[in-house]
Design a protein around this ligand. Sequence first.
Ligand code: SAH
Ligand code: SF4
Length: 364
Amino acid sequence: MKSSTLIYDLDLPDLTDLLLSWGEPAYRAKQIWQGLYRHFWYSPDHFTSLPKSLRENLAETFSLQKHESVSFSILEPSMILDSSDGETRKTLFTLPDNRPIETVLMRYSNRRTLCISTQSGCAMGCVFCATGQMGFGRHLSSGEIVEQVLYYARMLATQGEVVTNVVVMGMGEPFHNFEAALAAIDRLSDPEGMNLGARRFTISTVGLVPAIRKFAVRKSQINLAVSLHAANDELRSSMLPINKKYPLTELMEACREYIALTHRRISFEWALIHGINDTPEQARQLANLLQILKQSGTLLAHVNAIPLNPTSRYKQKATTHQRAIAFRSELEKYGIPCTIRLRRGIDIQAGCGQLAGITLNPHQ
Ligand code: SAH
Ligand code: SF4
C-alpha cells in the first residue's frame, strides 16, 4: 500500500468533512477521533467497532504498510536509548524521507514530561546547540509533531501511565514553524480527544519577535519560555546569530507586550557557560534587562539556569556548582527568581541542546 496522507495532520472538523464526503454520518468522525486520541489506536484494524468498508477506506487513505500490518503511524523508531538512572529515554525516529528527529521522555517524580521536536535540524545556528550545529533539514507537519506525543502516550499506557507535560524544546525552533507547532498543541488539547490542557505545554523560542507578538494576541494558556543566555547584544549575537536580526531591546519590548496582554509569566532560559555568561556582572545586566517587564510592581519573569550541556562543536565548559549558586544569588538580590536546573540525560545526549539525530556511543 502506498504512503499517503497522515491522519494526525487532520483536525476533527477536517475528519468530519472527509467522512461526510464518503457518505458516512458525522458521529463516525468523533468515534475515529476518540480511537486515535483517547485509546491511541494507530491501525485501522484496531477500530473493530467501525464497519469493514469504513476501515478499508481509512486504510486506503491513511495507512502505510508496516511489518505485515497496516498502520497510521509514520514514526519509525530507529534507536531507543535509556539514561543510566532510568529516568530519561530518548527515541530517534527516522521519517519516511529519512530525516531524523528526536523525542525525549523524562520521568521525574510524578511527572511524565515529553520534549518534542518541531523541525528536523534548526536554521537558527546557535553555536552551543547540537541541533543548530547540524543545520536545517525541514519543518515537521503538525501531524508529525502530534505523533511524537501519541507514540509515548501509547508506550506509557501499557504501563498504566499518562503523559502529564509537554515541552516544545526538542529539535528545531517552534516559532519558525509557528502554525504547525500551535496546530499540534490545539489538536492534543482538544477536549473531545486527548484533552491535554494548554497549560501543560511549554513552548521555547530563541526570540523570534514577530512570532512572539503573534503568539501574544492568541492569549493562549500555553507557557512561554524565551532563550536569552546573554544580557548584552554583543555577547548574545556571538552565541545566538538571530540576535543580530532581533536585538535585545526589541525582544524585551515584545516580551513586555506579551505580559501586558496575557498577564502570564515568561521563563527565561540561560545555559550557564563558564567565564562567559555565569559572572556576577552578567547577572546584574540580566536583572537590569528584566526590569522593563515589571508591570504594576510585579515581575512576571523567572530565570531557568542550566549548566551548559556538552556538544561536539562548542568547546566552552559548563559553569561550576559554586558559580551557578553565585549567579542565582546575584539575581535574587534584584528580586529575580532563578532556578538552577539539573542536567538530565547527558549520558545519552538527551539534554537541552544535545539533540542532533545522530547517536554517539552512549557510554563513551
Ligand atoms: N529552539 C528553541 C527550543 C529548542 S532548544 C529555543 O532555542 O528556545 C531548548 C533549549 O535548550 C533552549 O533554551 C536552548 O537555548 C537550550 N540549549 C541549546 N543548547 C544547549 C546546551 N548545549 N546546553 C544547555 N542548553 C542548551
Ligand atoms: Fe535552534 Fe533552539 Fe538550538 Fe538555537 S538553541 S539552534 S533555536 S534548537
